[in-house]
Design a protein around this ligand. Structure first.
Ligand SMILES: Cc1ncc(COP(=O)(O)O)c(C=O)c1O
Length: 344
């Protein structure tokens, strides 16, 4: 039977091989380590490595089994009678689905679509903050699914407004795909704003989604608000080794990110030539495209026929598409071009 190839471009994954060092860390992980706990308790070579990389004290580095693990534990620790979360509109779907499951109130601040890009509406965010006094302000930058960033000055406005008892989370899952992003400027905020926590994942830039590794850089107050404790019997040793190998392969991953950024910008420019689609600026490894409602059915049928799976959002007139490798990006673009030609 002929094998059907599916183009799963709806999960913002990584479509390149891992670095040689990462592959070696997996293949050559010493089997004797499997049967023993790491020496001591609450130990994390990965936390130490991250602390060193970003010049942050290692007790302010948190390690998780992916960001889902961080959010799951954090949300579960909230009191559903008293706590609430303020999050930007159009966010990672897990936030609202899990908070709803726990019956925790979720407020949303507006995200505005202009012709070139989406923008965080900070005036609305600050208004909702003073109205609802949430226990957590959760912002993602770059944001999924809208692909835009929260400017540093806007983040500072939020931090200057909220009470120090409010935990401010900046989810930076998509770091590494914005050439203008300066990690240092964000990390420096941790000293001035101890209620801030920056969280990141190895799933996107480092392409390790299947392994589930994430980390946080936390201000001192944030640490006490979330009451984080490192793992008593330590984090998975194999995951730590692979994550350390990934950090030591930064140059390789930067090169891949550069390719992804170039392909992403080319794809956006090509889509901008079409009449029935509108691509927004992206600072991530995916793009957001508005679709003319009239061709939505035809688009869905063509995507299905050619085994492309994309994510649809808003009232299904927006699609979120991963940037993969040039061959697949082109195949996807050709689907859009063909539909556009039929609907001049
Ligand atoms: C904004 C955002 N945060 C967190 C995650 C989950 O990250 P992880 O793979 O580390 O659980 C995603 C996954 O797509 C995401 O889009």
């Amino acid at each position: 039977m002929k094998k059907i190839k599916q183009y799963i471009i709806n999960r913002n994954e990584f479509f390149y091989p891992s670095s040689t060092k990462v592959q070696q860390a997996i293949k050559k992980f010493p089997s004797q380590k499997i049967s023993h706990y790491i020496n001591g308790y609450y130990q994390s070579p990965l936390a130490n490595k991250i602390a060193q990389k970003f010049s942050v004290p290692s007790k302010q580095v948190l390690i998780f089994y992916g960001l889902e693990d961080f959010f799951r534990n954090l949300f579960k620790s909230l009191n559903n009678q008293k706590s609430s979360v303020l999050v930007n509109q159009y966010h990672f779907a897990y936030f609202s689905s899990y908070l709803k499951h726990l019956k925790i109130k979720l407020y949303q601040s507006k995200m505005v679509a202009k012709s070139d890009s989406f923008y965080f509406d900070i005036v609305d965010l600050l208004k909702k903050y003073s109205q609802y006094k949430p226990s957590i302000v959760l912002l993602s930058s770059p944001n999924n699914p809208t692909a835009n960033v929260l400017p540093l000055n806007d983040l500072k406005k939020v931090l200057n407004t909220v009470s120090q008892n409010t935990l401010v989370i900046l989810d930076e899952a998509y770091f590494g795909f914005d050439p203008e992003y300066q990690a240092k400027q964000y990390i420096n905020l941790l000293k001035k704003y101890p209620n801030l926590i920056l969280v990141r994942t190895f799933s996107k830039f480092y392409g390790l989604a299947g392994l589930r590794i994430g980390y946080g850089l936390a201000g001192k107050k944030a640490l006490s608000i979330i009451n984080y404790q490192a793992y008593y019997l330590n984090f998975s040793q194999i995951l730590e080794s692979v994550a350390i190998a990934a950090l030591e392969s930064d140059n390789y991953y930067k090169k891949i990110a550069k390719k992804i950024i170039k392909d992403r910008n080319n794809l956006i420019s090509e889509i901008k030539q079409l009449k029935n689609f509108h691509a927004f600026t992206s600072k991530t490894n995916f793009i957001s495209v508005r679709v003319n409602l009239k061709i939505l059915n035809q688009l869905q049928k063509s995507l299905d026929k050619q085994n492309f799976k994309v994510a649809m959002f808003f009232n299904k007139n927006m699609m979120r598409v991963s940037i993969t490798v040039p061959k697949y990006n082109k195949r996807f673009l050709n689907i859009l071009k063909k539909i556009d030609k039929d609907n001049k």
